[in-house]
Write a protein that binds this ligand. Sequence first.
Ligand code: HEC
Length: 262
Amino acid sequence: MQWFKNRKTMPKLILRFALVGWACAFGLGHFDATDALAQTPEQERLAVHLATLFRAGRAVISENQKLINDETKGDKGLTAEKVVGLAKENYKKATNKELRTDRGTLEGKLTQAMLESMKEVMDKAQGLINKPGVGFKGFLPATFGHRVAETFKKKVEDTASIKLTAPKSYVRNRANAPDTWEDQIIESKLKANDWTKNKAYAEMGEHKGKPAYRLLIPEYYGASCLDCHGEPKGEKDITGGKKEGGKLDEVGGAISVVIYTK
Ligand code: HEC
């Protein structure tokens, strides 16, 4: 396709994610794309949809972190079905729309794959989550996000992928490390002094040698994040990992979505 060859000259699409309800860490991202929608491809709609659903699921883990870490309880009742149900509710809160899960459409197929990934990750985690007498279990929103993303990728590899990544200097789990494009956009755009907070970046580019629509949504360190990702750099946090030395409101991560266009 022409645009692929000419992608350097393609107008870049820049989206704005307005966030509501961030009182709670890892709350729901609310997307406001009125400016961008008029000239946007179908891929953008799908990518935004996937990011919103991914965040809706991760928010469930954040909202239930205290329960997950409760050493006095065995069975937490945080089953896969429950998490998927709450993720759907969060999605509806963020978008005012019901999820479309009909497999006849690409959106339905990707939605199903994402919900199934959440279910599988939660099913596998039941033993850990329900272990009595253990407080902190290392089951965090980022852990859930990473596992869901990996599972999802395997299911729809040829169509789409999603990833929770971070600025290179702040990566904890190497599997989340940014690729060349993600690193470049995080450093040159999302972290730029004049970049509007919560504005996402998107362009027609490539991924693994294939033409793709790519979307990168910044995420920021809030106060609660700094217990683990803050200062002093190198000090051990509750997970046993080393703190990154991050500061309040700094770009601490990004959600990267790929929708292949061929
Ligand atoms: C209890 C400690 C803890 C808290 C609180 C915490 N994180 Fe993390 N974070 C981690 C750990 C541990 C990982 C690595 C997870 C894994 O192995 O995939 C991680 C991973 C991440 C990643 C993925 C990239 C990477 O480095 O692997 C991002 C982005 C991230 N955290 C952002 C945040 C943000 C934003 C907040 C606050 C809303 C937050 N974290 C709160 C411990 C924490």
